[in-house]
Design a protein around this ligand. Sequence first.
Ligand code: WTA
Length: 643
Amino acid sequence: MASANVYPPSSEFASRAYVQGMDEYRALYRTAAERPEEFWGELAEKELFWFEKWSHVFEWHPPFAKWFVGGKTNVSYNCLDRHLATHRKNKVAILWEGEPGDQRQISYQELHRLVCRFANVLKGRGLKAGDRAVIYMGMVPELPVALLACARLGVTHSVVFGGFSAEALKARIQDLEAQVVITGDGSWRRGKEVRLKDAVDEALIECPSVKDVIVLQRTGSAIAMKEGRDHWWHDLDQGASEVCPAEELDSEHPLYVLYTSGTTGKPKGIVHTTAGYLLQVTATMKWVFDLRDEDTYWCTADIGWVTGHSYIVYGPLSAGATTMMYEGAPDFPQPDRFWRLIEKYRVNIFYTSPTAIRSFIRQGDQWPNAHDLSSLRLLGSVGEPINPAAWEWYYKVIGKERCPIVDTWWQTETGAIMISAMPGAVPLKPGSGSLPQPGILCDVVDLMGKPVGDNAEGFLVIKRPWPSIARTLWRDPDRYRQQYWERIEGVYMTGDAARRDEDGYYWILGRVDDVMNVSGHRLSTMEIESALVRHPAVAEAAVVGKPHEITGQAVACFVTLKKGNWNHHELGEELRKWVAHEIGSFAKPEQIRFTDSLPKTRSGKIMRRLLREIVTSNTVAGDVTTLEDLSVVTRLSAQHDED
Ligand code: WTA
């Protein structure tokens, strides 16, 4: 696991960096740890605009935290209005390229205009602070416009990734009781149209809370429009006023809910609020991405996931960056699309996932080598552990041994980056996220909460709340307490295993719960199992993550069938499609294995550990196997697996 190579920052990078050298990093870290209220209070005054100052920085009624109590601010104001009185007024805020090659460059001033107009559209539909909007769109500039318009009014938004199916969309709309859905006719992906509006129509059959659907025209294909409910964005926008003052919202006003997979079949609605969230995403833009005003910054995530919320929209715009967005697939029309974009727009900071990096490696060096990547000065990685070999490739072939790589560890729940090098300060070790950010007091402990010490494996925990921590789960504070704060008494349990080395560097070893990480997307084993047992042929299902060379993990399913004469090959295919239909195509199992019975403990718990061993050690040809007998392994292993 440990890598021999250590890469200190070059003096050239360090001399211009936001945080220069280990002493500066340590001083920041120490102040934040020893005098947190002073540290965050000063930062909040410096980095954010306030309508009204807070009365105190921090309130902690375990496990519930509040930050900047009594303060009034607005995220949209911080991302837009405050830049308009500066040199950034005509700076490009969003640099966008569609998959077909169309381009847009939207200045801060223009973005402000678009957001105000759309906020007035929402107001015109009767929406106000505290209402909920579900947003289901492709990666087009109107997506951040919709987010910022909601934030302007205090309408809590929930973005549902465009790859989720109608079923998954429906469950989220229902849970939130959203009043409005903002969507598009479709979106382009690998030359094909993702038919967003069709999925919305299917979802809304059972969503009585939704009064209005606002539809952006992107692909121009034919869609159904329901009279009275569905409206074209461009129709409503016509004549909308460009004046829309930002609401003066409480620091703790819920900015958004983002659903993520947990350890049960039901996704968790992670709630992020206003001021603390914005402060920490803004600060990490500088500490981690070392953002300078002249940079072109590109995070390749989708805004449907937390990375896009924090590091395409809110962090970069609050920090006054030029943030780039690309609509489509990395390999369309050819595997060099990303390198082409970096060359064309002279991208300086590039932030992507290990899965993407591993698939670039497989496609071959000729693709990046055919492009001028000399504008790059900093690279980033997020979403899953990056293996040292992929790190070295990224460093050499993309960064030409000039660009530091920030391996950023964080989660939907943490809101902002928790562990990452500050690139002008911290020497890099490939495969390690390195050191915690200021204010983040991590440790590696056993189940009793006892620190395991250097180089031992244990649970990664955070000992004190930070400004961007998720405040609760939507309408489920008990589950928030149980999931994060009670498994190990009194600390935030991340769900990841880790090891800390003798230099204090953290090495993330992956999830310790029933959450899989496929291409950096979080998937719950239980959610897929529940989807499988809804199929009429399936009696029982168990799902585990199987190591995968490119995507980190892949979904492997063990299925027992109801009585009947099944064609296993056909049924396997059908079940894979079924999961895509129930959840989304990114959750499609790689492997379905039929078995007579599932290995269980005597108390009836499925022995997933055993199944993980089976899928890890045993290579099965093809995607689907015919019936296998797991009863033997069950008998052999059962006695070791009792609680
Ligand atoms: C994993 C994505 C290793 C981890 C921002 C975490 C990582 C989960 C890294 C959160 C990293 C994320 N190194 N593992 N740099 N970043 N993870 O909520 O298991 O989609 O718990 O947030 O991804 O995934 P989520």
